[in-house]
Ligand binder design. Structure first.
Ligand SMILES: Nc1nc2c(ncn2[C@@H]2O[C@H](COP(=O)(O)OP(=O)(O)O)[C@@H](O)[C@H]2O)c(=O)[nH]1
Ligand SMILES: [Mg+2]
Length: 288
């Protein structure tokens, strides 16, 4: 009953696992991106906070990503979004938004993460119709997803008159690098539908490829090998082909999951992805 059951067989060591480093990352200098995130304020006065919607299969690391961003910004490993090691069924059934504390109590960063119930092969995950409504801002925090049917307009968690602040401003697809086929056909179909709907609304999209440490022994040995790993590049290309997300919008990361202290290199990958997410959300709001 533990997550370990789902772990794929270890990949046999490759005779030549490396390629030339194909994306430049400011290792040892996370400060620039971190400062950007710390200083970020939406241009549009009406926007209190960007809403970043995370979607993807159960167990892909959505909750862990929220925790990791929280940890990076707090400078210590935190654990708020209930990342669960047991993920036979989607653990996140509620539509829930996470704020990240900045400075004192009651003061938050101007962006939030909404963790949606996992997109599943069968009828277990949130239905695409609900995700579309969520993107338009119709679903209130605390709503319990029902995989069998979409939210009714009479539900007390249905927001009839969403404002700019209720809408989703960036869609982030979260996929694990350990999945052998990257995604099942049904999940791909569902995720594509979500993407098409987001495209129609003009919502920008990115992808986060998680568990790069577990997927790749060379990266586990040194995370700075991330853009030298042939295997991870293949995974990113697979994701690009499966979902149609451009390669330069795909960010490989390692989430904090067993660590007790933060690490500069892990932080560096997280803040560079976060910075891009914030840029995309900001562009969307300014182009409305
Ligand atoms: N090794 C490793 N494990 C991870 C990573 N991200 C998440 N996990 C683990 O994967 C499992 C599922 O993560 P979770 O965040 O609950 O996934 P969710 O269902 O998408 O919210 C948990 O046991 C996490 O500790 C990662 O980057 N590396
Ligand atoms: Mg979760």
């Amino acid at each position: 009953m533990f997550g370990g059951w789902f772990k794929p067989k270890p990949r046999p060591p490759s005779p030549e696992p490396f390629t030339e480093e194909w994306r430049k990352i400011p290792w040892g200098n996370k400060g620039r991106d971190l400062q950007f995130v710390r200083d970020y304020q939406p241009h549009n006065d009406e926007l209190k906070q960007q809403r970043i919607l995370l979607y993807g299969p159960t167990g892909s690391g959505k909750s862990s990503f929220i925790n990791t961003v929280d940890s990076v910004l707090q400078g210590r490993v935190t654990g708020r979004a209930s990342a669960d090691a047991i993920f036979l069924e989607s653990f996140t059934k509620k539509f829930r938004t996470y704020k990240i504390q900045k400075g004192g109590p009651g003061e938050f960063y101007p962006f939030t993460f909404t963790d949606i119930m996992g997109i599943e092969d069968t009828n277990k995950g949130a239905c695409v119709e609900d995700i579309k409504l969520a993107m338009r801002g119709h679903i209130k925090d605390g709503y319990n997803f029902n995989p069998a049917s979409k939210i009714s307009e009479d539900d007390h968690n249905y927001n009839k008159t969403p404002t700019l602040n209720d809408q989703v401003h960036v869609l982030v697809c979260v996929v694990s690098a350990t999945t052998s086929n990257i995604l099942s056909a049904e999940t791909v179909t569902k995720m594509r539908q979500v993407r098409i709907a987001a495209n129609d609304m003009g919502i920008p999209q990115l992808a986060i490829l998680t568990k790069i440490d577990e997927a790749c022994p060379e990266v586990n040995a040194d995370i700075k090998n991330v853009y030298r790993s042939k295997y991870l590049k293949e995974k990113m290309v697979d994701l690009n082909v499966a979902l149609g997300i451009p390669l330069n919008c795909i960010f490989p990361v390692k989430n904090y999951h067993s660590e007790i202290d933060t690490d500069d290199d892990i932080d560096t990958l997280i803040v560079s992805a976060l910075r891009q997410i914030i840029h995309f959300g900001e562009d969307f709001v300014n182009n409305l």
